[in-house]
Design a protein around this ligand. Structure first.
Ligand SMILES: Nc1nc2c(ncn2[C@@H]2O[C@H](COP(=O)(O)OP(=O)(O)OP(=O)(O)O)[C@@H](O)[C@H]2O)c(=O)[nH]1
Ligand SMILES: [Mg+2]
Length: 306
């Protein structure tokens, strides 16, 4: 492996290895992307992906809704179809540190960690406020290059992160529980916009039917059709149905306009990242000092000229 990783001009062979399922090389390339080191840019620029293929599943919802438990069961179901390879990305907002993020999900999804057809990668989120990992777009594309049949991304939150994950996922599953009532009220219109599928998990809870009715009502007034699925993730109940609905949603011929918007949104995020990188704070400070020294400094004129 070290030969391929170290020698010059071997981006092609790296990508070949990734395509052939070499997860050690895949992991290394993901780390390069995360750290913007090694051949990361060459690799990304050599990707040859079908922008219209759909296999990215976003699973989002409030903390503790049962997302990981659901993914665990879902992975079992999808693998049961035979011959499928699954990648799971968990984005953990509770810890900005990698080790912490990894440990939490390693415990929850322990049974898949050694499965040859499952690849799990935990990513830290941007910081304590949550949000997606800034490299998740690129990492998802590497996983696509690695020819996973399904790429499942777990993110926490009712709020901004959900909107973000919807811009990466081909099918967004919003997991709610009877416990998350207040959040839903606050987010209703936003949730309708991003959800392709609603899951009412913990439906063993006595209030579950209330939530279901509430959502049914909301969905009736929404512009698009959003399937609702009741699950008890911890017992595997409803998982088969959910799995079928997700696969159907991925295979459906949704309007191509949405595809273009999705690609535009991802490109926008990448452009934003690139622009941010080009801002050198020390240079900014020096320029401000200079500006204040020689003229009547105005921050707004300065920003326009920057
Ligand atoms: N009663 C009940 N408990 C469940 C169900 N699904 C998951 N749980 C439990 O809920 C707790 C949280 O589950 P997780 O799968 O870790 O939830 P999560 O949404 O991934 O949590 P975070 O990643 O921390 O946001 C665990 O103790 C699960 O066993 C369910 O359907 N019914
Ligand atoms: Mg989780």
């Amino acid at each position: 492996m070290s030969d391929i990783l170290n020698s010059a001009g071997s981006v092609h062979s790296l990508l070949q290895s990734i395509k052939q399922g070499d997860t050690r090389i895949l992991s290394r390339c993901i780390s390069w992307v995360e750290n913007e080191s090694g051949k990361y840019l060459d690799i990304l620029q050599s990707l040859d992906l079908d922008q219209f293929s759909k296999n990215v599943i976003g699973i989002t919802g409030p903390p503790g809704a049962g997302k990981s438990t659901l993914i665990d069961a879902l992975a079992g179901n999808l693998l049961g179809q035979g011959g499928k390879k699954i990648a799971i990305i968990c984005i953990d907002p509770s810890s900005p540190f990698h080790a912490g993020a990894l440990l939490g999900d390693r415990i929850r999804m322990s049974k898949w960690f050694t499965h040859p057809d499952v690849y799990i990668r935990s990513l830290a989120s941007r910081g304590n406020a949550g949000g997606l990992n800034p490299k998740v777009i690129e990492i998802t594309d590497l996983l696509k290059a690695a020819r996973f049949d399904y790429i499942i991304i777990e993110t926490v939150g009712v709020g901004q992160n959900e909107v973000e994950v919807a811009s990466i996922a081909d099918s967004t599953v919003v997991v709610l529980t009877p416990e998350s009532g207040d959040d839903i009220q606050a987010m209703k219109s936003g949730l309708m916009e991003i959800a392709d599928i609603f899951v009412v998990n913990k439906s063993d809870h006595p209030e579950a039917d209330n939530l279901l009715r509430h959502l049914e009502n909301a969905v009736m007034y929404s512009k698009k059709e959003i399937p609702l699925v009741k699950t008890i993730a911890s017992q595997g109940v409803g998982v088969e149905t959910l799995s079928q609905i997700i696969v159907r949603d991925l295979n459906s011929n949704k309007d191509s306009e949405k595809r273009y918007r999705l690609i535009a949104e991802k490109t926008y995020q990448l452009v934003l990242q690139k622009k941010m990188r080009s801002i050198d704070k020390q240079a900014l400070l020096d320029k401000i000092k200079e500006g204040i020294r020689i003229e009547n400094f105005n921050m707004y004129r300065f920003v326009e000229d920057f």
